[in-house]
Design a protein around this ligand. Sequence first.
Ligand code: NAP
Ligand code: ZN
Length: 351
Amino acid sequence: MPRVAALSTPSAGAPLEPTTIETRALRDDDVRIDVKFAGICHSDIHQVREEWGSAIFPMVPGHEIAGVVSEVGSGVTRYKVGDRVGVGCMVDSCGECEFCKDGEEQFCAKGSVATYNGRGYDGEETKGGYSQQVVVSERFAVRIPEALELDVAAPLLCAGITTYTPLKRWDAGPGRKVAVIGLGGLGHMAVKIAAAMGAEVTVLSRTLAKKEDGLALGARSYVATQDADALAGLAKSFDVIINTVSANLPMDTYLRLLRPLGVLVNVGLPSDAWTVSPGSLVGGSRVLAGSNIGGIPATQEMLDFCAQHGIGSEIETISAEAVNEAYDRVVAGDVRYRFVIDTATIAVAVA
Ligand code: NAP
Ligand code: ZN
């Protein structure tokens, strides 16, 4: 079985280091993808550091994968060698349940298979995109439109779809006021996509340090959440709030910013519980919702939407040796706005 260079962590919280891993021999419906770029999502850090409970080690993270098809299985119909493709957070699902049939594979009744830190239906541990190759079923690859460069497209495979899904579901568009909490990887994509959908966007960030960027990304206004008066002044302002923060927030404070019938959609995944007063929801008949990535058809739709609107991620490309420092910088909020690993720089002799 082909061995390829990858970045792997041996145990919870240990640094990522170059190694080689085995990729599976192609099944009939598999494509082998030469990974060119892999985005660093905060979810990678949560899992490497075992912040979501027990994880599978050694772990090769990465679910924002952009690359080029280098080999196809005998039954592959959708892709050919040379096609530009992406892979996101899932690599398999049953294909037969009501959710899979609806193209909502993330809700698969049998449980969808995570791109890494998961097990395939064959029991094999899955390995992600911080690697020079991945092998996945063609059903879980999406086409990257020519208008998008692979490096700025990679983060769309998680940050893009995770924000596109709730913005679409909750009707971000002309005449709707949308706030985005946290201007990081997901947050900056939410701003770009909501603005492209025609909504009036406000960024709620801890400080005004990134204000110029936020406005350039398409926000109409930008408020520091550390400024309690400014925040209170936004009471009953928004139809939709997307919370992308990776740490716990005082939810009642933010629920107050919703107009009647408004929705606060949480996509951030800190490990601690929140508290919410019932009155914050009942007053104004507000909705507190969650949202989990998006299905494969929606991921393709999102990529096509982004290509049409000239939307890529704002990235800082790094070499493999900078990955551990990049993790610390993401946790410190020092990223504008997504680190992307150039996988060609994973330096290790492949036997
Ligand atoms: P990120 O790039 O680190 O962005 C998170 C942002 O939250 C930061 O840029 C910062 O924005 C704000 N923030 C960070 N720490 C904070 C704190 N202590 N208090 C208040 N604000 C804080 O992370 P990401 O990759 O966008 O991911 C965000 C979260 O979404 C993670 O928990 C991740 O696991 C989760 N996620 C969920 C899904 C899903 O399907 N629902 C998919 C992917 C990721 P400011 O500096 O602007 O304040
Ligand atoms: Zn992610």
